[in-house]
Design a protein around this ligand. Structure first.
Ligand code: NAI
Length: 212
């Protein structure tokens, strides 16, 4: 039976991957059952917060039993869309683009990097872990002819918006942006952008250290 999904706030959405990560680790260490109190202690949340979060999805667990770790992990796996395979392309095959292509860890969750694109003639024609680097001028054609679910933007920030617009025109629905600029997408389409600003995270760390 399909679960009823209520309104899911940004804050709840941001916590779901963390639940998944903790439950995956717990399952690996052989933990079969967990109460919301125990889960809250591990994750630094309150038990009522956890119950409220899960209520957005129709609620999990049983009064007096808690949660079955594997079943809960499986439900969240589905909620996160991880039951689908995702084909990924990377735009900008420099340091970060190559690092993403070299990282095999995403594959176990079904994220498959299929191709990289760049403007640099010295990179075009090379491959990273067997994944080809194509000329970015071939990107639109590639998108038309192949399944592309997610595009990771790893270009200099000055090029990121323009690259995003080309990707959106080509029909890509998921943009994972690493350039230090917030990608703007038109309101009237169903494209989702996730900006990953590593420097924001670093500045948050130094802000907390500065004590000013
Ligand atoms: P990089 O300079 O090594 O690579 C950028 C690549 O993009 C180059 O190969 C370049 O030829 C290519 N490129 C330029 N214009 C393009 C276009 N219009 N279409 C396709 N490819 C194009 O830079 P790096 O270090 O890989 O960084 C990439 C982005 O990620 C930057 O915006 C940077 O600020 C950001 N970033 C990188 C981090 C890192 O750890 N390397 C950390 C945080 C952010």
């Amino acid at each position: 039976m399909a679960r009823e999904r209520n309104y899911v706030s940004e804050a709840v959405m941001r916590r779901m991957p963390k639940y998944y990560r903790y439950l995956t680790d717990m399952e690996k260490t052989g933990i079969e059952r967990v109460s919301s109190k125990e889960l809250s202690q591990r994750m630094g949340l309150t038990a009522s917060q956890i119950r409220q979060d899960f209520n957005c999805f129709g609620g999990f667990g049983q009064q007096g039993y808690g949660y079955n770790v594997s079943e809960l992990r499986q439900e969240i796996h589905k909620i996160l869309g991880l039951h689908n395979e995702h084909h990924v392309i990377v735009i900008g095959a420099g340091n970060l683009g190559q690092a993403l292509a070299n990282y095999t860890g995403f594959e176990k969750d079904g994220f498959l990097v299929k191709s990289l694109f760049d403007i640099n003639p010295r990179l075009i024609g090379m491959s990273i872990r067997g994944i080809p680097i194509h000329d970015v001028d071939e990107m639109e054609n590639y998108i038309k002819e192949n399944q592309v679910d997610i595009a990771a933007i790893c270009t200099p920030k000055e090029k990121a918006q323009e690259v995003a617009e080309r990707l959106i025109r080509g029909g890509v629905k998921g943009i994972w942006n690493f350039a230090a600029v917030d990608i703007v997408v038109p309101n009237n389409n169903d494209v989702v952008v996730e900006n990953v600003h590593l420097s924001d995270s670093l500045y948050t760390l130094t802000f907390q250290m500065s004590g000013e």
